[in-house]
Design a protein around this ligand. Structure first.
Ligand code: NAD
Length: 293
């Protein structure tokens, strides 16, 4: 009965938040997107407009449909504006403290029947749900990046998530044109449990001098038919997100095989977070990305 969900709130207007807003608005839902500053919201809305225009230019989307989607998205920095939302999807920075603070602020403004989902890449749904006033209506809804193009949504129940919540969110995922896959509530769930250790291992091979950024990316693309090399992909995901996921895996599973590579830590400490900051394992300041190592 996903028709019960009409109005969706999204907290975070970054890469994932704006992508989720776009697919929800295109599917006909009324969207309110919240971020810390008007600048962050403006950046998110511009990205939505750019992504939609690209679809129109490629004749994959009619102009009136794109315009209608944009008109369904409102922005705000005030939690009170989320009060009429049937569902709020939290898609802010991958930091448990930040997510818990957001959940604390969202819950009191929502109606008692509203649902709360998180797009976390790795953090326990049970723990985040326990910090809400509605663990039964709390669920993990993990979209992939870029949201409009990637077909998968991982759905994760916390220990207290009610079956009705899970069913509704599953129906919503299908309405958004996505294929839901169930993952259990273990650190980093399914995709990132497998993907992130691979990316971290690529950083170790660079760190140990086994190959350069270019050699490793070329080897993985031509040798395993991955569409992007591990460094291209890590820069695309965001190195802060990659590090945060590795830390959750390392702490949550207490296994040294998940130790984040010190070189990855150093890049994040330098603020070299990948594409979003213009520099990561590649430098994006010129017309073509240039490897930094
Ligand atoms: P991002 O850095 O692009 O965006 C994060 C946004 O959250 C920013 O706009 C920031 O201003 C906002 N924010 C931070 N603190 C906030 C607060 N207290 N209140 C409101 N907004 C706040 O990050 P992202 O890549 O969009 O990641 C967001 C979430 O999605 C994370 O949980 C991440 O793990 C998850 N995720 C990321 C990817 C990926 O490939 N990047 C894929 C799937 C899921």
């Amino acid at each position: 009965m996903a028709k019960d969900i009409q109005n969706i709130g999204i907290v975070g207007a970054g890469q994932m938040g704006h992508g989720i807003a776009l697919v929800c608005a295109l599917a006909g839902f009324d969207v309110t997107m919240l971020d810390l500053t008007p600048e962050a919201l403006d950046k998110g809305v511009k990205a939505i407009q750019r992504d939609l225009q690209r679809e129109v230019d490629k004749k994959r989307l009619a102009q009136d449909k794109a315009d209608a989607a944009v008109s369904r998205i409102k922005t705000t920095t005030a939690y009170a504006d989320l009060k009429d939302r049937d569902l709020v999807i939290e898609a802010a920075t991958e930091d448990e403290k930040i997510k818990k603070e957001i959940i604390k602020k969202v819950c009191p403004v929502l109606g008692p029947d509203a649902y709360l989902a998180t797009n976390t890449s790795s953090i326990s749904i049970t723990r985040l749900g326990a910090g809400s006033d509605r663990p039964g209506k709390f669920v993990g809804m993990h979209f992939m990046n870029p949201v409009p193009r990637m077909e998968l949504v991982e759905l994760i129940r916390g220990i207290a998530t009610e079956e009705e919540t899970y069913r509704l969110i599953r129906e919503l995922a299908v309405k958004l044109g996505k294929t839901p896959v169930n993952a259990e509530d273990f650190p980093a769930f399914l995709v990132n449990r497998i993907l992130l250790p691979m990316l971290n291992e690529a950083v170790y091979t660079l760190y140990e001098g086994v190959g350069s950024v270019e050699a490793i990316d070329t080897a993985m693309k031509l040798g395993t038919h991955h569409p992007m090399g591990p460094f291209e992909l890590a820069d695309f995901i965001g190195l802060d997100v990659c590090l945060a996921v590795m830390q959750v895996l390392h702490e949550g599973l207490s296994d040294s095989k998940y130790r984040p590579c010190p070189l990855l830590v150093k890049y994040v400490e330098a603020g070299w977070l990948g594409r979003k900051t213009g520099r990561g394992f590649y430098d994006y300041s010129g017309p073509k990305p240039v490897p930094t190592r």
